[in-house]
Design a binder for this molecule. Structure first.
Ligand code: ATP
Ligand code: MN
Length: 285
């Protein structure tokens, strides 16, 4: 598998993005990866009589953003180093672009062959608006690589225990296998968790378990079939009881992802949890 060597960190300069950057610095240190920071400025469409003035205004914004991104980087590094020793400060460069944030983040991830995107979730929630922010949602959907979403309340802790939320479909052993490769540098214990009451569930789970015993005997993996009506509630409880550091979900593109997302399993997860979620994707979709 391709090692994680380049991490893209989109920032809107919010406190949640700052937290995601602190997390990212520590993850990058484990992978020995470089970090590319990206801030996207929305273009302004209001009529400007004098085009040269509009260009000047935009240039001023870009210059201001360059200054802010420098402060953002310095603050993040200072904060991390206050509590934790990094093996080395990762190589960091910054980019300011103008455009639609989701489209630009996707394009830059492709252009620069990002292996991973780390980003925050939205800052404030209210009862009427139980979703990720629009940028997070769009990036998960369109990114060409895995997206690691860090809630504002999540602190980085050593990544020892992973919960993989599984649907138990046929290609699942492959997805689990790919996801464990991404997380391999952390040498985690992996719990595969399925929530459901289907009659065939135990047999399917036994098949996957057999696959791993035969093909990856060194991998520490446990299988859990949890019963409950609400997937999110069960996963939450599981994560708490098992000291889970990261939840992993397979997030294919297109209609499949839309459907899962509309069912709001992943949406509500991110809302309730303080635990980072790694949305894993395979190259071929
Ligand atoms: P919304 O914008 O939908 O009102 P929000 O601002 O609370 O919601 P998002 O915009 O999804 O939530 O922000 C979540 C994360 O997305 C941020 O932490 C940051 O990583 C990234 N992000 C958001 N806007 C930008 C931007 N303009 N440039 C780069 N990254 C961004
Ligand atoms: Mn936003």
């Amino acid at each position: 598998m391709k090692a994680i060597k380049k991490i893209l960190l989109p920032t809107d300069f919010s406190e949640t993005a700052q937290n995601a950057f602190r997390y990212c610095l520590q993850v990058a240190d484990i992978y020995q990866a470089e970090i590319e920071l990206l801030h996207v400025i929305y273009p302004e469409y209001q009529a400007m009589d004098i085009p040269v003035m509009a260009a000047k205004a935009m240039q001023d914004k870009v210059e201001a953003a360059k200054e802010v991104i420098r402060e953002f980087v310095d603050l993040g590094i200072t904060q991390v180093q206050a509590t934790r020793q990094l093996r080395s400060v990762p190589n960091i460069h910054s980019e300011i672009m103008i455009g639609n944030p989701v489209a630009v983040i996707k394009d830059i991830a492709k252009r620069d062959n990002a292996d991973l995107i780390v980003m925050g979730t939205r800052e404030k929630h209210n009862a009427l608006d139980k979703t990720f922010g629009s940028v997070t949602t769009g990036v998960i959907e369109h990114a060409p690589c895995p997206v690691w979403v860090i809630p504002g309340e999540a602190n980085y802790e050593d990544i020892d225990i992973i919960a993989y939320a599984t649907e138990l479909n046929e290609s699942e052993p492959y997805h689990i296998w790919k996801a464990t490769q991404v997380l391999e540098p952390f040498h985690p214990l992996l719990h595969c968790v399925h929530v459901g009451n289907g009659a065939s569930t135990d047999a399917k789970m036994a098949d996957i378990e057999l696959f791993f015993t035969q093909n990856a005997p060194a991998l520490q993996v446990n299988f859990h079939n949890e019963k409950g009506a609400s997937v999110t509630d069960v996963l939450e409880e599981f994560a708490e009881n098992h000291d889970v550091d990261v939840i992993v979900m397979y997030a294919p593109h297109h209609s499949f992802w839309q459907r899962i997302f509309q069912q709001s399993i992943t949406k509500t997860m991110a809302l309730q949890t303080r635990i980072p979620i790694l949305f894993y994707k395979t190259e071929e979709n």
